[in-house]
Write a protein that binds this ligand. Structure first.
Ligand code: ATP
Ligand code: MG
Length: 402
């Protein structure tokens, strides 16, 4: 791959995340290539090549299911008309080609700007990255606040890499984040959604969550959740988020699948309880959840997009919570057959683990799934309205009261 570009007369290197990961002993997720060849020239060398992107034009070379991303060396843009820059400093288009060294300087963090030369097996470092790898430091290339203004998503990337690589963020790189965080509101909500998935599905979600809060960036992504956590210190809803993120990390490390719907359902559970307050007494529970979910999602969608298939599933996870209380007649079997039972049950277990519903309820459902029909019949409750001990109703409790 690199050698084909070289034979065609173009310098080409492995670059970015894969070189960094190899140097710190991690397995790279994918391989990126950087070359002097322009996208059209890359396309001329490889039949299996497609050009993509407008803001940032790239060549994708397909090998079966693998895709290798080939980017042309970029330069900073000095002359007008070469790139499009918004008045607040954001770069809207970035297709000015340059040299390898210029390409290194326009990358975000030093450790992401290393080039691996497959001809002499050397690592080329233009920005002092090796020293930062040694000391496990994440350092912005250039003047941090300018670089964040060019692309505010770099603030989220700082947190993501610090968490994932277990690096510390160098002080000058940290410093502007709190002040500039608000610039994320101008980023298209679909890009924020993509970035969110990278933040929380990179096997370091718990640490990421703590860092997002530390730098006051959670406010930019999930303002309603952030408010809820700030107003309700150590709430069960926050513990539920942490438990679900720990779960996500474990699943990803074991190579199991995860769904963004679950992440969003957990993250927005606190605001959901707040929306539900006062509603549950007036209308049936399922209706209250529906209305609350509508209102909440309308607000959240102003910040991050959530593709419809995931928002539908989130609603189902929430909605089914009210049905776990119904443990008589045919209802438990009907619930078991619901396509979203598994996700909703996992959510119930989390709620039980953080003390939001009795542990007995989750255990009952665990047992009910596992035993045969005769035993299941014995487990059924006589009615769904058992006498409740009078306790101060909490928001969390209201949701299970029909
Ligand atoms: P990961 O392993 O999570 O994919 P990565 O370092 O490969 O990490 P990518 O988002 O795949 O990250 O980007 C590839 C490379 O492109 C980065 O290493 C960095 O050099 C450069 N890059 C990506 N996004 C930006 C950005 N917003 N600003 C500057 N450089 C960037
Ligand atoms: Mg990558």
């Amino acid at each position: 791959m690199l050698s084909r570009l070289r034979s065609a007369g173009y310098d080409a290197y492995l670059v970015g995340g894969c070189v960094r990961d190899l140097l710190i002993g991690k397995i790279p997720k994918d391989f990126d290539v950087s070359t002097r060849a322009h996208p059209e020239q890359v396309q001329a060398v490889f039949k299996n090549c497609r050009l993509i992107g407008r803001r940032f034009r790239l060549a994708h070379i397909h090998f079966g299911r693998e895709v290798i991303e080939v980017a042309t060396f970029r330069a900073p843009h000095h002359q007008e008309g070469e790139s499009l820059q918004h008045e607040d400093g954001r770069i809207l288009r970035d297709n000015v080609y340059g040299t390898e060294e210029e390409d290194a300087w326009r990358r975000d963090f030093t450790v992401n700007a290393l080039y691996y030369d497959s001809v002499d097996f050397s690592v080329r470092d233009h920005v002092g990255a090796m020293a930062d790898i040694e000391s496990r430091t994440l350092r912005m290339i250039g003047e941090p606040s300018e670089r964040y203004k060019e692309d505010p998503v770099r603030m989220l990337r700082a947190v993501r890499f610090a968490a994932k690589l277990d690096f510390s963020i160098e002080p000058a790189t940290q410093a502007p984040i709190k002040e500039l965080g608000g610039m994320l509101k101008d980023i298209p909500s679909s890009r924020l959604f993509d970035e969110l998935l990278k933040l929380f599905h990179g096997a370091a979600a718990v640490k990421t969550f703590h860092l997002l809060r530390e730098y006051d960036l959670l406010r930019q992504l999930f303002p309603l959740s952030d408010d809820y956590f700030k107003n309700n210190i150590d709430s069960s809803a926050e513990r539920l988020v942490l438990a679900s993120l720990a779960n996500t990390d474990a699943r990803i490390s074991e190579g199991k699948s995860v769904t963004p719907a679950f992440l969003f359902a957990a993250m927005l559970w606190g605001p959901m309880l707040k929306e539900l307050e006062g509603k549950s007494n007036k209308v049936p529970q399922y209706q209250a959840i529906q209305v609350a979910a509508d209102q909440l999602l309308a607000k959240q969608l102003q910040y991050t997009s959530i593709p419809r298939r995931f928002s539908v599933m989130m609603r189902e996870i929430w909605q089914l919570q009210s049905r776990f209380e119904m443990r008589s007649g045919k209802r438990p079997w009907r619930l078991l057959e619901h396509p979203r039972f598994r996700a909703a049950y996992d959510f119930l277990v989390l709620r039980a683990n953080v003390g939001e519903v009795p542990a007995e309820l989750a255990t009952w459902w665990t047992d009910f799934q596992e035993c045969e029909e005769p035993a299941q019949k014995k487990m059924l409750k006589k009615s769904d309205a058992p006498k409740r001990r009078r306790r101060k109703p909490t928001a969390a409790k209201k949701i299970i009261e029909v």
